[in-house]
Design a binder for this molecule. Structure first.
Ligand code: ADP
Ligand code: MG
Length: 599
């Protein structure tokens, strides 16, 4: 007895219909959903040419018998609901009975399946929606669906398919989003017969995430049970952030959903802890009674509706906040210390500075193109002398003495507060100077690099004594492969094999810069489709300079404090870091007197 029924007209009319199949990745999404719904423990996805030639999904799930195979590719055929109201108790990914029908119409579809309790397997062939054959066929328990030549019967559609690389990138993305919330299922992905991602089954979200993104080193876990839902969150420290929201995911009953509410809740929970434009890593898994959500509002089920969205918002914020404070990561920032107006004025001065630099650069570029037709970053200056090997040496003794005499005439170093703020008394001016050690150092590194780009039109590189091997996600590897020239221009010579082998890094890198995170962050920028124009290089440089800088919390010696102050005072744009945060603030004696009611 088959499990599949055809839905009645009333139900059909209430189900939100829409285009479900528009590209290879949507086929992968629907087929993997079906394998998940079939209770599989192992799902293998095999694609050729970014899915344009073949998408094959194999599973060991409950399978279909002969009767099911006769119906499964027909419109509105499903085993998952009987009547419309069932969608409020649904626990499966699919329910509309449309996916196989849509796929069958636009491809050459073959399904081989066997139900566990039967002895015989069958093979169904449908081409362009037309039934071809259904014959006995040897099969293991489970189902194999092959989708060949997608849109073969719709030439304009086929022409609009993107490059193999882009289509595959989308497949990889959806595959990852299917695998993350279901660590108990073994997932495998092959492209052009090569392994892309093998994800062995595990009981932990964390292990699953780390096997996909080996570059994520640490996430904290918290689980909270509320009256109507359970929330599990894996989150990064505020100091571990990305340049995009790509690693902020929410899964509701194991389904990835796009949710503004979630993204806003995350920003809210981390507000004041991370600078603008930086995004912490957050994976949120919500388990909720299906009657409290509506999964029928979007044809591709990308969005869902919560009966009480506000509750979700507060639950997420409070869970993250609790997690952050439990792991001792919250900072107690008072309203008055947000520096908003100052930050604003500094930001606009930074912007006008960058604009004027940009103009200078434009003029220089025109001059140069007249002279030699040279463009930004086309020349590399490989430096291979032993002094430039990694890591470089630090300040010498006579320099220290000179520095001390120079600077101590103008400033008296008082000390370091909260391992972050260097406090100086400015002699002869009646004011205190407070320097944020991280922001200042960031500004310095950035200025150095900026000068190098403006003056030399190149970033020089240094050869590593022995190459560094790093393991990154396949998303990252693909980007490096695609943009290898850009990396070379930035000073990274990388060979790609099973891992990434780094042979050179930019000359300004010192021993405290981690090449792995720099490469990942550049990948993220490039993933946004950024081409290396001046502005974007500046952006990338600001990321790297942030990496290389003294972090808040690093203990520095008084002499290093003086050196930092002198260096930062010597640059033009000293009042803010490349992210627009202030590097220093002055507090006058008058302000202190006011506070203490002395005058
Ligand atoms: P839906 O998933 O919305 O029910 P589909 O068109 O995706 O609709 O699939 C139709 C039906 O075919 C499913 O309800 C299910 O019974 C059956 N089916 C599809 N794929 C599989 C599979 N991999 N294993 C077992 N049954 C499947
Ligand atoms: Mg389905």
């Amino acid at each position: 007895m088959g499990k599949i029924r055809i839905l009645d007209e009333d139900t059909i009319s209430k189900i939100s219909a829409g285009e479900v199949i528009d590209s290879p990745y949507s086929v992968v999404r629907e087929l993997v959903d079906n394998s998940i719904d079939a209770g599989s423990t192992r799902i293998i996805v095999n694609v050729l040419e970014g899915g344009k030639k073949l998408i094959e999904v194999l599973d060991d799930g409950e399978g279909m018998d002969k009767e099911d195979l006769e119906k499964c590719y027909l419109r509105h055929s499903t085993s998952k609901i009987e009547k419309f109201d069932n969608i409020y108790s649904i626990t499966t990914m699919g329910f509309r009975g449309e996916a196989l029908a849509s796929i069958a119409e636009v491809s050459e579809l073959e399904i081989i399946s066997k139900r566990r309790e039967t002895n015989e397997g069958y093979k169904l062939s449908v081409k362009g929606g037309k039934f071809e054959s259904l014959i006995p066929h040897p099969s293991k328990d489970g189902t194999t669906v092959k989708v060949k030549n997608l849109f073969f019967n719709m030439p304009p559609r086929r022409e609009f398919l993107k490059s193999t690389t882009t289509e595959f990138k989308n497949i990889l993305d959806i595959f990852i989003k299917k695998a993350i919330p279901l660590p108990q299922i073994n997932f495998e992905l092959y492209h052009n017969l090569k392994k892309e991602l093998i994800l062995p089954k595990t009981n932990s979200y964390l292990e699953r995430i780390m096997s996909i993104f080996p570059e994520i080193k640490q996430l904290t876990y918290i689980k909270k049970t509320f009256e109507d839902m359970e929330i599990e969150i894996l989150f990064s420290k505020p100091s571990v952030t990305r340049q995009t929201r790509n690693l902020q995911h929410i899964y509701v009953n194991s389904r990835f959903v796009e949710s503004k509410t979630f993204l806003t809740a995350v920003s809210n929970a981390y507000s004041n802890l991370v600078p603008k434009g930086n995004f912490p890593i957050v994976f949120c898994f919500v388990k909720v009674d299906p009657s409290l959500i509506d999964v029928n509002i979007h044809p591709a089920k990308k969005e869902i509706k919560f009966k009480n969205e506000g509750k979700l918002f507060h639950y997420i914020i409070s869970t993250i906040k609790e997690g952050l404070s439990e792991s001792n990561q919250t900072l107690d920032i008072e309203e008055s210390l947000k520096f908003n107006p100052i930050e604003q004025s500094i930001k606009s001065s930074l912007e006008s500075f960058l604009k004027s630099k940009e103009k200078e650069y434009e003029i220089q570029k025109i001059k140069e193109s007249k002279n030699q037709g040279n463009t930004l970053l086309t020349t590399l200056t490989p430096i291979t002398t032993p002094e430039n090997t990694y890591p470089p040496t630090s300040i010498n003794k006579s320099e220290i003495n000179q520095l001390q005499t120079r600077i101590s005439q103008k400033y008296r170093f008082i000390g370091i507060a909260f391992k972050t703020y260097l406090i100086f008394e400015e002699l002869g001016t009646d004011r205190l100077l407070i320097l944020d050690q991280h922001a200042s150092d960031e500004r310095l590194t950035f200025s150095k690099l900026y000068k190098q780009i403006i003056e030399n039109k190149s970033l020089s590189k240094q050869i590593l004594i022995s190459p560094i091997t790093i393991e990154v996600s396949s998303i990252c590897t693909n980007i490096v492969k695609e943009k290898i020239k850009t990396f070379e221009k930035l000073g990274f010579e990388i060979k790609i094999q099973d891992k990434l082998y780094i042979y050179t890094v930019p000359s300004f890198f010192s021993k405290n810069i981690d090449p792995t995170s720099s490469i990942i962050e550049i990948c993220e920028k490039l993933q946004e489709g950024i081409e290396p124009s001046l502005e974007n290089i500046l952006e990338i440089l600001s990321i790297i300079s942030c990496r290389s800088s003294i972090k808040a919390g690093d203990i520095i010696s008084p002499i290093e404090a003086y050196k930092l102050l002198e260096d930062v005072m010597s640059i033009e744009d000293k009042y803010s870091c490349p992210h627009g945060r202030p590097t220093m603030v002055y507090i006058s004696k008058k302000t202190l007197e006011k506070i203490f009611s002395r005058k």
